[in-house]
Design a protein around this ligand. Structure first.
Ligand code: CDP
Ligand code: CDP
Length: 226
């Protein structure tokens, strides 16, 4: 099979990682969660009390950080932080960290390196517009902000984390705003991305819709005649 790359971008809670994971398994390709990488850097900043306005401290941290994916788990400096990066205190701060140019340069380089030698499905905010500009398929996955907050609320509740729906809604709105208005590679639909709205669809329905798009695109067919 030829090397393929699939980009999935969209706002928080649209279903990107859930859907990308399933598709990666079905197509037997690698899944890269770029949001997890920004969360890992944020966790390190919080843990080590790094002052993000102190450029020397920030660059020193970025030069020494080690982020790795092994079996869909993320390791920060050798430790599995897959659960910890999902905690609300990381979520509250991550968009501020992700708006820093130096942080993005470091992570985009890592992301492109991972995608260089293998077929990947990568999800994030700037994959189709920046990280994998030449991706074979670009999806822009959206859902209403209320639906996305509802999903996140349910997910955290199931994990036993107590938060109010209003707090989550506010956090998501704030994150959407920072992510789509920042100067460096903001969240934006790539011109050649296809919009998929997951608001009233089950996970299986979204997976099927995206798989249809992939099979058409990768065979070189025009989308729209499915
Ligand atoms: O899973 P959720 O949608 O909450 O977010 P995420 O994918 O884990 O990403 C967390 C944050 O990282 C986003 O809100 C963005 O600020 C940032 N991010 C980014 O700037 N660029 C990416 N390619 C991926 C994530
Ligand atoms: O990665 P992103 O932030 O875009 O979203 P996610 O973490 O994959 O999905 C957020 C939550 O929405 C998860 O609990 C999914 O199970 C759920 N979801 C859903 O209920 N219906 C969909 N069509 C897609 C996701």
């Amino acid at each position: 099979m030829k090397k393929i790359s699939i980009a999935i971008d969209g706002p928080a809670g649209a279903g990107k990682s859930t859907i990308a994971k399933i598709i990666a398994k079905k197509l037997n390709i690698e899944y890269i969660d770029t949001g997890a990488m920004y969360r890992a850097v944020t966790l390190k900043i919080l843990r080590d009390n790094i002052d993000i306005n102190d450029k020397e401290q920030l660059l020193n941290m970025l030069n020494n950080i080690e982020i790795k994916f092994v079996n869909n788990r993320i390791y920060l400096d050798g430790l599995d932080v897959s659960e910890e990066i999902r905690m609300p205190h990381v979520g509250k701060y991550v968009s501020q960290v992700a708006a820093i140019k130096e942080v993005r340069e470091k992570l985009v380089l890592l992301q492109r390196n991972i995608a260089k030698n293998s077929s990947v499905i990568m999800d994030g905010r700037d994959i189709g517009t920046n990280v994998l500009k030449d991706a074979d398929v670009k999806i822009f996955l959206i859902a209403s902000v209320e639906e996305r907050a509802k999903r996140r609320y349910k997910e955290l509740k199931q994990k036993g984390i107590e938060v109010s729906y209003e707090d989550i809604l506010r956090e998501i709105e704030k994150r959407d705003f920072i992510d789509s208005t920042r100067e460096v590679n903001p969240l934006k639909k790539a011109e050649d991305a296809i919009i998929v709205d997951s608001s009233n669809k089950t996970i299986d329905e979204v997976v099927e819709e995206i798989l249809n798009i992939i099979s058409f695109k990768i065979k070189g067919c025009e989308y729209g005649i499915i």
